[in-house]
Ligand binder design. Sequence first.
Ligand SMILES: Cc1ncc(COP(=O)(O)O)c(C=O)c1O
Length: 479
Amino acid sequence: MHRWKPNLNSPVPLHRQISAYMLERISSGDWPPGTQIAPQRELCRLFGVNRSTVVTALGQLSALGLIEGRRGGGTRVSPAAAGQSGGWHSYLEEGSHYPNLPAVQAINRLEFEPGLIRLGTGELAPGLLPEQTMMQILGELSCQPQLPLSYEEPLGSLRLRKALSSQLASSGIQADPSSILITSGALQGLQLIAVGLLPRGSTILLEKPSYLYSIHSFQSAGVKFCGLPMDEEGMLISAISAEAARTRAAMLYSIPGFHNPTGVLMSAQRRLEVMETTAALDLPILEDGAYQELWLDSPPLPPLKALDQEGRVLHLGTLSKSVSPGLRLGWVVGPAPVIDRLADIKMQSDYGSSTLSQLVAARWLEGGYHEAHLTKLRGELRSRRAALLELLQVHFAGLAAWNIPAGGFYVWLSLHTPLPPHRLFKAALQAGVLLNTGDLYDRSDGRHLRLSYAYASLPELKAGIVALANIIRHWSNDK
Ligand SMILES: Cc1ncc(COP(=O)(O)O)c(C=O)c1O
């Protein structure tokens, strides 16, 4: 171990080099189960890297079940690593796609454990989903003389694209069906853009924090991030100009409508400034409209795509946040050649999104159910938001500050005393509360929590907020 060092000039990130090295030692049998791994500080010194690099590398091995922390006994190669040499294990780190952050893997698993209070979950509670109407639509479809069970055309169902074209027009976006690609959620739109449009080694600008930091679609495609600071009106314009020039950015990604994770709504003025500034820089924009329909206070502002005269904005939408994440339906709107390029890659990835889901969604939009559902949903979200804000007022005054979101799902809680996110996550879990800590959306953040009023029931929200406040008060007093 003393001789090996990561290659600072390699395009492979340092944490991946380190985890690959350790994986090699474990799978070759050099480090049998029970082998003690040197303390993190020692590893930093040996490898000549900083702490977060070592933490990320160890996190990846831990997520693979190859190492485990022992209370009071440091970190060791786990018994589960026995007999795994030479098999698939040695490939697990080799694919081009990065693994999820260990905390995201844990959340993805724990969300299916019954009994936990999900305080940060980014989806609607099952009771807010339009189950009855969907059953009715499915019933109607089952009486049709024919059901489409074949592949769809590359851009997706024409019927759904026509329905979406009218839907988008109501938000100010003029999109011909030929400039809409149906995707499996907005997430697939992001994946297709990452691999299909951006050169490896390029840099994109984005808000910091951002949802995009919590997934690895872009980094896995060799794309780098340059995070821009935000205020209560959205990303800072001065930062766009400065960083675009410095990084020779390929694209700007933004979530202007009820940003994930901060809940910030980009102001009308800021939207105009973003459009003007990026026009002067000739910088393409990827607008993520995942939450834009979920306005709660005042009618929506025009999406950036509605202000776009030049075809410079690609716009992402989804049914996940307002109707059903399980339908797995999203869309990308943009100039036809770009859409065709993305469709061609999509055909090579999955031959199209589920035909049945697309049929259900087309019927949902054509039948006028969408607007009626949104009106009801907004009412529910308003009262959930009020309940969460009241709970915060009672239990977090003096402990944290927070914003009042004008829509979407999220309150961005800013703790007065920063606390290590991993410890907070663990302590909350022991108290039965599942958290989305700020470091998932900005690796250096040790102060924020993303709270969601969309998932937990009101009694759960109360119990969760009380438990969380107790943990934080206890620690803050200790400091
Ligand atoms: C900003 C944003 N974009 C895209 C997505 C992906 O959503 P889906 O793939 O379910 O449409 C999410 C989900 O959390 C999100 O928050």
